[in-house]
Design a protein around this ligand. Structure first.
Ligand code: GUN
Length: 288
């Protein structure tokens, strides 16, 4: 039976450490502050934003949620982002995606001040990640790496297969695994012989967005399986992996819920604290 990689437990440990850092910053007179912009009425987005707010409350971090109507124009949304960029009390900005049509996500993520980009989606930060420079890193892949680290799962020299090539998860996940010296394959909707690729994986990351897409026959015995999927089926939340069958073959596996999702939120708060700490450091430098 696979070892359960418990995102609930590991994220709680991370949040405890972040709480201590938050208290330290507050003692220096800076209250770390995350601003989240939520446009429209998407139910899943509203739940994700509530989870982020609750996590902020838990560690004593300030959070503001700016709710905008679904018919908000691109111009008004961009003005809101500019206002947050200019607000010195805000250290992290997150615009919740997906945005309702016809709003364009690309111009929004490029407009967010890269030093406040706690999603790690700004092109400058993506470029820095690609070049191996310090940068805020996309929260879900960062959370997956933290889980691997917590459970002492070796990555260097291992075969890693990432299924899914999104800018937000698949691509940065592949880069982080490569930087940790894994041999990485990215699979996607046009990949031929997908199951053969998956069966070679020592570390299999499922980020496709299709419920129970990864079946037990696609998993090498003993492999580590990380399930990034959050899909709603008959009112239940399930991942991209057929968990019930996979746990009898995998060496370690993340559950859904209670796996990667919790880690994503913890990493968002970690990126916000990093931003607040950088802000203090730069304001100390400029005052000298
Ligand atoms: N929607 C779902 N996940 C995310 C995320 O990590 N960041 C943003 N901005 N939107 C999301």
């Amino acid at each position: 039976m696979a070892e359960l990689m418990d995102g609930k437990l590991v994220s709680a440990l991370v949040l405890d450490k972040l709480q201590a850092r938050t208290e330290l910053l507050k003692a220096q007179g800076v209250a770390p502050h995350l601003a989240v912009v939520l446009v429209g009425e998407d139910e899943a987005s509203a739940i994700y934003v509530r989870n982020k707010q609750r996590a902020c409350d838990r560690i004593g971090m300030d959070s503001t949620v700016i709710r905008m109507p679904g018919d908000t124009t691109q111009q008004i949304l961009e003005d809101q982002v500019r206002e947050l960029n200019a607000d010195p009390s805000v250290h992290g900005i997150l615009v919740q995606f997906p945005l309702p049509a016809p709003l364009q996500e690309g111009p929004i993520l490029a407009l967010i001040d890269p030093t406040k980009d706690v999603d790690g989606f700004h092109p400058a930060n993506v470029g820095r990640l690609m070049n191996g420079l310090p940068a805020p890193v996309s929260c879900t892949p960062k959370g997956c790496m933290a889980l691997l680290d917590h459970y002492n799962i070796p990555v260097s020299g291992k075969e890693a297969v990432v299924v899914g090539r999104s800018n937000t998860v698949g691509k940065p996940m592949a880069v982080l695994l490569m930087q940790a010296n894994a041999t990485v394959t990215i699979c996607h909707s046009r990949t031929q012989n997908l199951a053969d690729h998956c069966r070679r994986a020592d570390i299999l990351v499922a980020a496709i967005g299709k419920a129970r897409f990864i079946t037990v026959d696609m998993i090498k015995p003993g492999a580590t399986v990380i399930d990034v999927g959050i899909n709603r089926v008959d009112g239940k939340v399930v991942g991209d992996v057929d968990f019930a069958a996979a746990q009898s073959v995998a060496g370690a596996i993340t559950p859904v819920p209670g796996g990667v999702g919790r880690m994503t939120v913890a990493m968002l708060l970690s990126n916000t604290l990093d931003a607040a700490e950088r802000w203090i450091a730069s304001s100390l430098c400029s005052s000298q």
